[in-house]
Write a protein that binds this ligand. Structure first.
Ligand code: GTP
Ligand code: MG
Length: 198
């Protein structure tokens, strides 16, 4: 996909907040530090658009970016971080769940996982939640550049076996750009699908 324009649209730090729903939307979810912001930058070819950091759990809000004035991508706050106040950590649930449940323009969610950790309790819960609210999901294993090809292939097969067959599993590297094409195919199909019925 040719990206002619990608810019920050707005943020949401409380349930129901953020820019009003207008264009079809896809969201990127996952554990803190898994590489959500890096993936968005790599996908859009805009280094530094979404803020990345080596300090896990820095992003505590939903960040919305509009692309080609045609669709929106959303960088969700990471879960599973140990820093921050208990109140901040508790805020994640209502903020993200409210968004996933209620956003009328949302068409699909890419759940990012660390291939070396595989699916943990949180990822399983999130996939079940997405199925429950009728949102298409894909599992994207990030940072595959860190793994040797053989190890990577086996880990991806194990991951695919652990999820519903309807959920595609892809490998991705923000560093090498590997997996971009496959992820775009999934995203494009979501964006072309009809609006969800709430
Ligand atoms: P939070 O916003 O804190 O939840 O983190 P995040 O999921 O947005 O992760 P982020 O994109 O900030 O990346 C975390 C760290 O992983 C950074 O140091 C990145 O440079 C590194 N990283 C991200 N993607 C890749 C990748 O594909 N390969 C390698 N080797 N490192 C990566
Ligand atoms: Mg981030």
């Amino acid at each position: 996909m040719k990206i002619t324009e990608a810019r920050f649209l707005g943020a949401s730090a409380s349930p129901g907040g953020g820019p009003p729903p207008r264009l079809p939307e896809v969201a990127v979810a996952g554990r803190s530090n898994v590489g959500k912001s890096s993936l968005l930058n790599a996908l859009l070819g805009r280094h530094g658009l979404a803020r990345t950091s080596s300090t896990p759990g820095r992003t505590r809000q939903l960040n919305f970016f509009v692309v080609n004035d045609r669709f929106v991508v959303v960088d969700l706050p990471g879960y599973g971080f140990a820093v921050g106040s208990a109140a901040e950590r508790k805020g994640w649930g209502p903020l993200v769940e409210g968004y996933l449940r209620q956003r009328p323009t949302l068409r699909g969610v890419a759940l990012l996982v660390d291939l070396r950790r595989g699916l943990e309790e949180e990822e399983g819960e999130l996939l079940a939640f997405l199925a429950h609210v009728g949102l298409p999901a894909a599992v994207v294993a990030t940072k595959v550049d860190k793994l040797a090809r053989g190890v990577r292939g086996r880990a991806l097969s194990a991951l695919q076996a652990a999820v519903d067959p309807a959920v595609p599993v892809l490998g991705f590297s923000a560093r090498t750009g590997e997996g971009r094409e496959g992820l775009w195919r999934v995203v494009r199909a979501w964006l072309d699908a009809p609006e969800r019925r709430l």
